[in-house]
Design a protein around this ligand. Structure first.
Ligand code: UD1
Ligand code: CA
Length: 464
């Protein structure tokens, strides 16, 4: 069908249209380099398993790249890194037998990518905070020019020491990357540095990598020498800039702590953006998977371990520690509460100061306001677990369950020796030690009778 509004622009031209500048193929594979020893961490644990926000660095990267939906995510590890293999599963790993450099590492990953002709995104296991949008920009820049055989992600470093320095041509493409150890004093002044992250064309990559030599200070096969090899094939290398705070790597425990703080800072901002009040944001610590609902208020000094979901309108008072728990809307926690894994605190329930709850469900509107331990327990709706009461869930060998019905009153300083069940509406007098089940609506007073002997106090003192 003809389109009279558009046709005139093209119909008179006799020359063929200029070919599009952009790339046709956009299949993507990701290779994460993680075989390095991480010597400066001084650790028995591989560097990429050290944690940020409670999750291994490598898990942060995997999660980010999964959202790019690549065909494959391959992690390059050293032979003794079975624990890294487990951390990235079900994604595959390849083993680089000897750490002969970043180019050699990429080569070992190509075994997993036979005949792959799309783009290969190279990431570093020790650059964990790279964002989806930065990677998306890198890929789009690379795909915008058919002639790019590679594109590197550069950054302006306040202190460039240790990084490869980037030198550009007049048209902005890459001229050379010179590693710190191979740079002259003048070259070292350059602050635009290589983040190490880059995207490569899969086609002929193996052949290109084979041409890289190890004639450098470290006698390693440097991936950063690839652009020079590509240039011989008339392919250029693009350069795009990213943010230093996001792309800086982790080589030491100090840098690990710096990136943890940077992560926490960003998380605090995004949590507040989403409608949560943090009274003193810098004192609250989140995990990578923490979820918090709207109009929840979090006071000072609160720590969220792994696996916490907080619904809307919850109040978390100062200095509480929460992990592995779901807190339903309208509940109040703390101050000084400890909520441990496999706990559900239902709507409007209250857990007060110095109360520890583990593997338990606290019913709607139930209360445990002061000084208690609730473990392996179901506490029914509207029940009151008095001050100083505890569930005795452990006999030194096995853990046993406590089941408390609705509208139950557990008097202060009671001990409920599990396994035990207490029926709806029961009333347990303060100071009771319970070893047997209690029927519903029953009053139980399980404590020694008081004896009062008038005037005998002095005699007692004399005896002693
Ligand atoms: C590298 C870059 C440098 C860049 C810097 C950014 C090279 C030659 N240099 O230097 O330009 O500024 O990163 O942080 O690429 N790895 C392997 N196998 C090896 C060697 C390394 O898997 O044989 C992995 C490491 O685990 C690490 C990454 O590759 O994740 C980078 O290696 P590393 O030795 O830390 O390179 P840098 O000296 O930091
Ligand atoms: Ca490094």
């Amino acid at each position: 069908m003809s389109n009279p509004a558009r046709k005139p622009h093209q119909s008179m031209s006799s020359t063929s249209p200029t070919p599009p500048k952009t790339k046709n193929r956009t299949e993507l594979a990701v290779v994460i380099l993680a075989a390095g020893k991480g010597t400066r961490m001084k650790s028995a644990l591989p560097k990429v398993l050290h944690k940020i926000a409670g999750q291994p660095m490598i898990a942060h990267i995997i999660k980010t790249v999964e959202s790019l939906k690549p065909q494959k995510i391959i992690t390059v590890i050293a032979p003794d890194m079975d624990n890294v293999k487990q951390a990235v599963a079900p994604h595959p790993v390849t083993i680089q037998k000897q750490q002969k450099g970043t180019a050699d590492a990429v080569k070992s990953a190509l075994k997993e990518l036979p005949d792959f002709k799309g783009q290969i995104l190279i990431l570093y296991g020790d650059v964990p905070l790279v964002s989806y949008s930065t990677l998306d920009n890198l890929l789009n820049h690379h795909r915008s020019d058919k002639n790019f055989g590679a594109t590197v992600l550069a950054m302006a470093a306040p202190n460039p020491t240790g990084y490869g320095r980037i030198f550009q041509n007049a048209d902005g493409t890459l001229n050379r990357i010179i590693e710190e150890k191979d740079a002259s004093d003048d070259e070292k002044l350059v602050r635009l540095v290589n983040s190490g992250l880059m995207v490569l064309e899969g086609e002929n990559l193996g052949d290109h990598l084979d041409k890289i030599k190890n004639k450098n200070a470290q006698q390693e096969f440097y991936l950063v020498d690839l652009p020079e090899i590509l240039a011989k094939d008339n392919l250029s290398t693009g350069v795009i800039r990213g943010d230093f705070q996001e792309l800086r790597g982790i080589n030491s425990r100090t840098q690990l702590a710096e990136l943890e703080l940077a992560w926490q800072h960003n998380k605090r901002l995004s949590i507040m953006e989403s409608g949560v009040t943090l009274i003193d944001p810098n004192t609250v610590y989140f995990s990578a998977d923490t979820v918090i609902g709207r109009d929840t208020i979090i006071e000072q000094g609160v720590i969220f371990g792994q696996g916490v979901t907080i619904e809307d309108n919850v109040e978390i008072k100062a200095y509480s520690h929460i992990e592995g728990a779901i807190i339903k809307s309208g509940a109040t926690i703390g101050p000084f509460a400890r909520i441990r894994p496999d706990t559900i605190i239902k709507e409007q329930a209250r857990i007060g100061n110095f109360v520890e709850v583990k593997n338990s469900t606290i019913g709607k509107g139930a209360k445990a306001n002061h000084l208690g331990y609730i473990g392996d327990t179901e506490l029914g709706a509207q029940s009151n677990f008095g001050c100083g009461a505890i569930t005795v869930n452990y006999d030194g060998k096995t853990k046993s369950k406590t089941k408390i019905g609705k509208n139950v009153m557990i008097g202060s300083n009671s001990s409920l020796i599990a396994p035990i069940e207490i029926g709806d509406g029961a009333y347990i007098a303060a100071g009771s030690t319970l070893t047997r089940n209690v029927e519903k609506d029953t009053l139980v007073i399980a404590r020694a009778e008081t004896k009062s002997l008038a005037g005998k106090a002095k005699d007692r003192m004399k005896k002693e």
